[in-house]
Design a protein. Structure first.
Length: 430
């Protein structure tokens, strides 16, 4: 969109242009300001509502010899980010409201408001609409009739499309935006709720049948909009356990993408009066978990909140070789190609180390494995061109804040790069 600048009678007022408009939330925007004087400074301000809250940012640029600023070419001289970052005004925006961030909000569009100022005076402004999942139809599954709980996202245009099963983490809510954007990329996506629902869905995160994921795979394969052949599975955190367990049980899963993955089967929710149960079962039998460590297993309390990583590291370090083998995910039986995405600064658990454990265990497996580690990213690797400044610590009302780790710059790079790897992997299903 090209903004009409305030008239000043000179005919040379700056012009602020943004393309494409409308755009998808994962599109890189091209933002330019033309009609400035050479070496003149202009400040760009951004404001938008997204992920359940409000955001704002600004950056000041110096016009080139043609009186032009192009965010795909120019770095700011001051402001909320540095370096050449075409989407820096979004990625490094700060909270402008007290509302908490919710990555799985059902918002369909978000309007990005941009204002150009010279010496504090507005010289141009424009608004671009960023769409989450254009052309995607959503259906909420009914456990009573469908036998599954979750959300089905189907492109409206004629298919067929690859089927993708999306598996959430321990929070219990089906993957929202990531699943919807995947559907907008041309996939039929079933964002499964595998606990926290009504019958036949498990009420709590304990002894969840791996077969539940298998039934979801069958649902996708039977859907008329899904291509014949293998389906893909995308799992986040604890969902990566279920993704890899399902892939070890079935030969019709062709691709697995694991964000912040686990290498072991862990415990589920307990009652604080006895040892926690296994999170998963196969044929009615609970899967082995690592025993409670001899060392302190409560995590690390910091000024920012609790880091769970040391607790999980203690579980692995204090277990015997036999105990680790018994609890490790059986990925040697996986025929799917596996893509693992981890942050080197993951504060929740050592996903980077566990991804390497998986890679070693899959050396002789039928499927190929690749591990993409991002040293300065944490547990929360999301979609490209989304705010990153609130990722490091997740605030909680019912307990201590949780340190997820990472830096805004590291998260921004991981978001963009890992999403492309995800799309490339799933393209093999077409």
């Amino acid at each position: 969109m090209t903004a009409t600048p305030p008239a000043d009678g000179s005919g040379s007022a700056p012009i602020l242009t943004v393309t494409p408009d409308p755009a998808c939330v994962t599109d890189r925007l091209a933002v330019t300001v033309c009609g400035l004087h050479p070496d003149q400074r202009v400040t760009l301000e951004a404001a938008f509502a997204d992920l359940g809250t409000e955001w704002a940012s600004e950056a000041t640029f110096t016009a080139d010899g043609d009186g032009r600023v192009d965010l795909t070419e120019h770095a700011p001289v001051a402001g909320d980010y540095d370096g050449v970052r075409p989407m820096g005004l979004v990625q490094f925006a700060e909270l402008a409201a007290d509302d908490s961030v919710h990555n799985d909000t059902a918002t369909e569009t978000t309007d990005l408001h941009l204002t150009a100022r010279v010496d504090g005076d507005e010289v141009a402004s424009t608004t671009v609409t960023r769409r989450v999942a254009p052309g995607v139809e959503h259906t909420e599954l009914d456990p009573a009739t469908d036998g599954l709980a979750g959300d089905l996202h189907v492109p409206e245009d004629d298919g067929p499309y690859p089927g993708v099963l999306a598996l959430h983490g321990s929070g219990g809510e089906p993957l929202g935006r990531k699943a919807r954007v995947l559907a907008a990329e041309g996939c039929v996506v079933l964002a499964l709720r595998y606990f926290g629902g009504s019958e036949p869905v498990c009420e709590r995160f304990a002894e969840v049948p791996v077969a539940d994921a298998g039934r979801a795979v069958d649902f996708l394969r039977d859907h008329p909009a899904v291509t014949a052949g293998d389906v893909g599975v995308v799992g986040v955190s604890r969902g990566s356990e279920l993704a890899l367990l399902a892939a070890s049980e079935r030969d019709d899963i062709g691709v697995v993408v694991g964000y912040a993955p686990s290498a072991y089967t862990w415990f589920g929710d307990g009652d604080d009066e006895s040892a926690p149960p296994s999170a998963w079962t196969v044929d009615g039998e609970p899967l082995s978990t690592l025993p409670l460590p001899d060392s302190d297993s409560r995590g690390e309390e910091t000024e920012r909140g609790r880091r769970g990583r040391p607790m999980f590291e203690a579980f692995v370090a204090d277990a015997t070789d036999e105990e680790r083998r018994a609890a490790r995910l059986p990925v040697e039986a996986v025929a799917a190609d596996v893509v693992l995405v981890s942050g080197g600064d993951d504060g929740v658990w050592p996903a980077d180390q566990m991804a390497e454990t998986l890679a070693v265990a899959m050396r002789d497996a039928a499927g190929r494995v690749t591990h993409h580690e991002y040293a300065d990213a944490g547990h929360s690797i999301f979609l490209p061109y989304h705010p990153t400044t609130e990722r490091t610590v997740v605030e909680r009302d019912d307990g201590p804040n949780m340190v997820h780790g990472g830096t805004p710059t590291g998260s921004a790079a991981a978001d963009r790069d890992s999403w492309q790897h995800t799309l490339d992997a799933l393209d093999a299903l077409r």
